[in-house]
Design a protein around this ligand. Structure first.
Ligand code: GCU
Length: 649
């Protein structure tokens, strides 16, 4: 299948010059920065010849200088652009590449060469994508087709992989995990020689684009590959096995950054089976990769997934913090703990994970999910960047001069939303999530409006009507989705397993620890000090707010409290009326998005338009189900009518 160039589909500029001269030291001729600029200029100024040496420099020439500047840091760049001459400086070839992409973006947005200066340096040191691709080509929670990494049982490196590396570098991604965190069934092979040559080639390609390659290993590999009868991290032979496996792997795969590990979670093997701690497991691997500059990213998504729904004392939300807080300070310096953005699992609304406000002596990474598992599976438009930004800007009230999540973490990861579909993300509009994610991590000062505008213009061109419609859809879409799905932070009213569409009691009597406890009198889970005590995992001033029904923010009320349907929110509405209103309003917003999209017929590429129409039709069908089933569910339970007398089935 072919593939779209997404936001790197360079268009012709309004410029008729005959010559674009790219001047740089010849050692840069092989760099990705030089190649990108050369290819982009050939498309953007088609009347010109693009050359890198010229005796002639006249009115018909445009000169671009590429230089490396040792006083800039590795990923930093400076741009000084004018109508005739531009200088792009980078701290390294990667910094230079980021500078080239920034320059091309500005120039594309302006529609022609223009004067500006820019300085860029990423806001986050680690900017990762986690692919949940399987060695057999499937993608767990993938909504965009099959894997383009693993094709026909092999690790594929082709034009698409190159395009992928360019796209990722253009938004500043510098670490990519290519396989699923759930490894026990299928991905042992990546540690063996079967894939190491291909991994080396992929690593080399990624390296050229400033991206480190990561893999998820099988923690039980000493058993499953090594033929041993234990994977105990404190066993000397196990340690030796990992040391020699890593020595071999890192020697072969030059650009390997390290491992991402899901251990003792949802059936994945880990150190606890041997009575060892997460620190024992993570440090053992960290020591094996340390000689090669590798790091180990260890996930905090650990909870009891065989809970009895009758048990009201066990609270899944508490689990991650409880499993890790006691280990603060025990991890080696090349271990990073990766916690999801909220304590449970990528719901449309959760409080910020409490570990970010509590750990003092541990490297932390926050994990988001671009794959829209619980947020419409790329059939619904749900632009997540406002949510990511809000979480990154959240004040944890940790005892620090700058207590925002963005300053506490030393990296960010997101579950990728890509696959082998033509437009990479199944829906064209879902690509805005991928784009926005990278841009936000690189430059945290960008507003959501700026990012939406940039993406819309780079994707659809400069038709004002298109830009304004797409911008409106993106900016309002997350709130609309929250409105017509699960109210007030309660979460989990989706179909079990596939997590798509409404099923208010789908998870209620199951083992996953995901309950709404709705009955005829009340709804929600009491996580205050009087309940499961989850609110106490926060800094005292947050614990006081979250733990009090009068102070808790409306949007999280049912996450933290069990209240009657007649409870009055800060908004002045009762809980039940809020549920009815938001469901009618959310659906109306989705209808409005579909109409806005329809108004773009003939103004955007027809196949993109059709793809959007199909997806909006499905979004409307499903949003209607959400609206009517959730309203009906709460109406039947509470027996309270809608004040406005609208139809509730
Ligand atoms: C969710 C998701 C799983 C995934 C898990 C994880 O529970 O449904 O498919 O494996 O998260 O993050 O590890």
């Amino acid at each position: 299948m072919g593939f779209s160039k997404l936001w790197l589909d360079y268009r012709k500029l309004a410029d008729s010059r005959r010559r674009v001269i790219i001047s740089c030291d010849r050692t840069l001729y092989d760099s990705a920065a030089f190649e990108e600029l050369k290819n982009a200029m050939t498309t953007m100024v088609p009347d010109a010849i693009v050359i890198w040496k010229s005796e002639v420099f006249d009115d018909d020439s445009y000169l671009i200088l590429l230089t490396l500047h040792p006083e800039l840091s590795h990923e930093e760049y400076d741009i000084a652009a004018s109508m005739d001459i531009t200088e792009i400086c980078g701290g390294s070839e990667t910094g230079l590449l980021y500078g080239v992409f920034a320059y091309l973006r500005q120039t594309a947005l302006a529609g022609g060469f223009c004067s500006f200066t820019a300085h860029g340096k990423p806001s986050q040191p680690l900017r990762m994508l986690n692919h949940w691709d399987e060695a057999d080509g499937d993608i767990e929670r993938g909504y965009s087709g099959q894997s383009f990494f693993f094709v026909n049982g092999d690790l594929e490196i082709n034009e698409r992989t190159l395009m992928y590396a360019r796209l990722m570098a253009s938004i500043g991604i510098n670490g990519v995990v290519i396989n699923n965190v759930n490894v026990r069934r299928r991905a042992k092979l990546l540690l063996t020689d079967e894939f190491s040559d291909r991994l080396a080639d992929l690593g080399e390609l990624f390296g050229k684009y400033g991206i480190k390659l990561f893999i998820c290993p099988d923690f039980a590999a000493p058993k499953t590959i090594g033929g041993m009868d234990t994977a105990d991290p404190l066993n000397k032979e196990v340690v030796n096995w990992w040391e020699s496996t890593c020595a071999h792997l890192f020697e072969k795969v030059g650009n390997l950054g390290g491992f991402l590990v899901k251990a003792d979670s949802e059936g994945e093997p880990g150190p606890m089976a041997y009575g060892r701690t997460h620190a024992d497991g993570a440090n053992m691997l960290a020591r094996a990769v340390k000689p090669y500059g590798g790091i180990v990213i260890w996930r905090c998504f650990v909870y009891n997934c065989t809970q009895d729904w009758r048990d009201k004392n066990t609270d899944r939300a508490c689990a991650s913090y409880e499993n890790f807080i006691g280990l603060d300070g025990q991890f080696d310096d090349n271990v990073y703990l990766q916690a999801k953005n909220g304590p449970v699992d990528f719901q449309i609304r959760e409080p910020v994970h409490p570990l970010f406000g509590a750990m003092n002596n541990t490297n932390l990474i926050i994990e988001f999910q671009l794959a829209q598992e619980y947020t419409g599976q790329q059939k619904h438009v749900c632009w997540l960047i406002p949510m990511f930004r809000e979480i990154m800007e959240h004040h944890t009230r940790h005892d620090l001069p700058d207590d925002r999540v963005s300053r506490i973490v030393c990296g960010v990861a997101a579950v990728a939303n890509t696959g082998d579909s033509y437009c990479w993300t199944g829906s064209e509009l879902a690509a805005a999530n991928l784009y926005g994610y990278g841009r936000l991590l690189f430059d945290e000062k960008l507003s959501c409006t700026e990012i939406a505008e940039e993406w819309a213009e780079l994707t659809f061109g400069d038709d004002d009507k298109v830009i304004s419609a797409v911008k409106e859809i993106l900016l309002d879409s997350k709130q609309a989705y929250e409105d017509y799905t699960v109210p007030l932070g309660i979460g989990w009213m989706c179909h079990p397993n596939d997590h798509y569409g409404p099923s208010p009691w789908g998870y209620e009597f199951d083992r996953w620890g995901t309950y709404n406890r709705a009955d005829r009198d009340a709804v929600g889970v009491d996580r205050s000090a009087k309940g499961t005590g989850y609110s106490l995992q926060y800094a005292p001033s947050w614990a006081e707010i979250y733990g009090d029904t009068d102070k808790c923010p409306d949007e999280l009320l049912l996450f933290f409290h069990r209240v009657p349907y007649t409870h009055i929110l800060h908004s002045g509405k009762t809980v039940i009326q809020h549920i009815y209103d938001t469901h009618f309003e959310g659906y109306a917003k989705a209808e409005h998005f579909a109409e806005l999209w329809k108004s773009l017929e003939g103004r955007i590429d027809d196949s993109i338009y059709q793809n959007g129409c199909e997806r909006f039709a499905e979004q409307l069908r499903c949003a209607r189900e959400w609206r009517d089933i959730i309203n009906c569910f709460f109406h039947r339970l509470s027996g309270i009518d809608d004040e406005q007398g609208r139809v509730i089935y």
